[in-house]
Design a protein around this ligand. Structure first.
Ligand code: IMO
Ligand code: MG
Length: 409
């Protein structure tokens, strides 16, 4: 297997980490290219559960190299916590875990700003993870950001931090109702310690990746969030602050498009969303609750109950288009095992007209009513099925129908 990008096709939490874990064995380097500690990538290995927010989940495999690319907004505290947690479990990351020196840092004031900005929004709260993602990307675009590489020169890092503190303090006083209660000296002290531990991980990762491709090393790009949380193509403004689609792997890792061989989209057998924003196939009834409980649909980062709904093929078709997906991996099928009937959203009805195209503007999307096709449930346990042949006929029919709707409609 050559170089592969794995992306979410819905609103995140599709089970990307499970597929990454599976593909890691046949890869050499695993790269995160966007997002930050808003991701919650859960891997269950040897009966133990690990939730990764910053470190690529491929780190579980000895001998594999993991990279946090330039496109990520980097939370150093979270990263070091995960490194410690791994070393407590005898997983050593020395010499095989690298962080791009161009990755922008998420600093304590970004988290404060994330909360302050949400507090200010009355009706239209996004429901962010409060991990400082939006403010950190905003500073990057605003060119006020601090990059991990700035830690190399302590004087320049502290000067930048001081400038940002002064700027943020004024900003908070003028715009937000939340007080700016961070102390510069304490933050400097905290980052003095962080710096000492972090410097050995910093690298020019674009050079590293480039020379790896020359040696035919196999790259695995670990996407975070999902297609409909993409800042351009998602349900803006109810999105995250990065491009989550496959194209982002090139900018977020610093490689050219010809390096990519496959794009695998991860799709859950139903739909979930955590946070606010339109969700046409949402279930607000007992079936939704049953899916939530059976699927353990509670946020890995925030613990919030996830909103649940039926499989929406209008969305997944759009995701295939936007990402250039060459294969789909279907997850959590067994969550539907007990249902009598299963709906699939095939189209939307908007203002009395039926459409198979995902609307590009929010106001139209808000009006979309799902058009369903109903299939009988299989009412058998599929959790232990390892091959297609082991699955009940009705389950195979469901999968076949999803495939037709996603690829051939
Ligand atoms: P993984 O990688 C699901 C959602 C938040 C919120 C919106 C913006 O585990 O699939 P942010 O903190 O990014 O500014 O929040 O995006 N969100 C996710 N939802 N899975 C994720 O990551 C998410 N990361 C962000 O709930 O609606
Ligand atoms: Mg998640």
């Amino acid at each position: 297997m050559a170089n592969v990008i794995v992306v979410g096709t819905q609103w995140g939490d599709e089970g990307k980490a499970k597929v990454i874990d599976y593909l890691t064995e046949r890869s050499d380097i695993i790269i995160r290219f966007q997002g930050g500690a808003n991701a919650g990538h859960t891997v269950i290995a040897g009966g133990e559960k690990f939730i990764f927010h910053m470190v690529p989940s491929g780190i579980m495999y000895p001998g594999k190299t993991c990279i946090v690319g330039n496109g990520v907004v980097f939370d150093a505290e979270q990263f070091l916590c995960e490194v410690d947690e791994l070393s407590d479990k005898n997983i050593d990351s020395d010499g095989r875990l690298f962080v791009s020196d161009k990755a922008h840092m998420v600093l304590p004031y970004h988290k404060l700003e994330d909360r302050a900005s949400e507090a200010l929004k009355e009706g239209g709260k996004i429901g962010t993870t409060c991990r400082g993602i939006g403010p950190a990307y905003a500073d990057k675009a605003h060119r006020n950001g601090i990059r991990t590489g700035d830690l190399n020169d302590w004087d320049s890092f502290t000067r930048l931090l001081k400038e940002n503190f002064e700027h943020k303090k004024k900003f908070f006083a003028a715009f937000y109702t939340t007080p700016f209660d961070l102390k510069l000296e304490e933050t400097i002290e905290k980052y003095r310690l962080i710096r000492k531990r972090l410097l050995p991980f910093l690298a020019d990762t674009t050079e590293y990746i480039f020379s790896a491709t020359k040696q035919n090393k196999r790259l695995l790009f670990e996407g975070a969030q999902g297609t409909f949380l993409d800042i351009d193509h998602g349900t803006y403004p109810f999105v995250t602050s990065s491009n989550t689609i496959a194209g982002s792997a090139c900018t977020g890792a610093g490689i050219g498009p010809p390096c990519i061989d496959h794009i695998i989209g991860i799709v859950k057998a139903y739909t979930t969303r955590v946070g606010n924003g339109p969700f046409p196939a949402e279930l607000s009834d007992e079936t939704g609750e049953q899916i939530r409980q059976n699927g353990g649909e509670f946020g890995a980062t925030t613990g919030r109950p996830r909103r649940c709904g039926w499989f929406d093929s209008v969305m997944v078709r759009k995701a295939i288009q936007l990402n250039g997906i060459t294969r789909l991996a279907l997850t959590k099928l067994d969550v539907l095992d007990k249902l009598d009937e299963i709906n699939i959203c095939t189209h939307y009805e908007i203002d009395g007209r039926t459409t198979a195209v995902f609307p590009s503007d929010l106001q139209t999307l808000k009006k979309a009513k799902p058009v369903y096709e109903t299939m009988p449930g299989w009412k058998e346990t599929t959790a232990e099925c390892k091959t297609l042949d082991n699955l009940p006929d009705r389950t195979i029919k469901y999968i076949t129908r999803l495939r037709e709707l996603c690829y051939d409609t």
